[in-house]
Design a protein around this ligand. Structure first.
Ligand code: SAH
Length: 219
């Protein structure tokens, strides 16, 4: 089957997917239209692909997970991304979250410690013609000093505290959304806003993410 010829079942699953996001309070029209445009099914492989439109995290390569769509929607909404923003994402994983961000921002850099995941994400971005998103293999706990500072930073792996290098790579007035807490416990999603004099912190909701691990992985 080629694109545009998908069966009615898939079309219906996609409709339900968007409906359930709206029901869960995702009201930001730009975020919803980005999530309508980016097909989550492209980022999930093998036996899990048919569950791509269910609201659950799913396994991807390298023992990692693609986040739950309602969490992607919430984090994207909380980040308040504008069309002129340069965004840094830490934790490319499947590339899905970065692809959603690329519909909203001027430019997106996404950093992943597994080279294989960064490479696979790059291939999907190319196939989808997303030219303003770059996947970089690197240790995201150090941020991306070459391209800093950023208007927005989204961390999709949990740190014990917001990493210092990421705080310092945020522009004044910039926003970072990051899950914080111990990896084996419930974590809190935090929104940090950089002001002229320091940082404001807001706790958004409990979440559960894989840990942010320092250094590169072997694959
Ligand atoms: N945003 C992803 C899901 C992220 S899962 C998506 O849309 O699919 C978290 C990812 O963070 C994993 O792929 C993990 O390898 C990565 N990660 C953990 N620590 C990291 C670090 N220090 N630097 C870069 N990536 C990291």
């Amino acid at each position: 089957m080629t694109e545009g010829e998908e069966d009615d079942g898939a079309a219906e699953r996609k409709m339900r997917f968007l409906f359930s996001l709206r029901q869960q309070g995702m009201t930001d029209a730009r975020v919803l239209s980005a999530m309508e445009k980016i097909d989550r099914g492209r980022f999930v492989r093998g036996i899990f692909a048919e569950r791509a439109y269910e609201d659950m995290p799913l396994p991807i390569s390298c023992g990692q997970t693609i986040s739950q769509p309602s969490v992607v929607a919430l984090m994207t909404q909380m980040l308040h991304v504008g069309p002129r923003d340069t965004v840094l994402e830490i934790g490319t994983g499947s590339g899905y979250q970065a692809a959603v961000l690329s519909c909203l921002a001027r430019r997106v850099y996404t950093v992943e410690r597994h080279r294989r995941l960064a490479q696979e994400a790059r291939e999907i971005f190319n196939a989808l013609g997303l030219s303003n998103v770059v996947a970089i293999a690197g240790d995201g706990s150090r941020g991306l000093p070459d391209q800093a500072p950023f208007d927005r930073i989204l961390v999709t792996a949990a740190a014990e505290d917001p990493p210092g290098p990421l705080l310092s790579q945020l522009k004044f007035g910039g926003i970072m959304v990051v899950p914080v807490g111990q990896s084996d416990a419930v974590q809190s999603l935090i929104r940090v806003t950089r002001t002229q004099t320091g940082y404001d912190y807001e706790e958004l909701r409990p979440v559960r993410f894989v840990p942010l691990i320092e250094g590169m992985a072997n694959d």
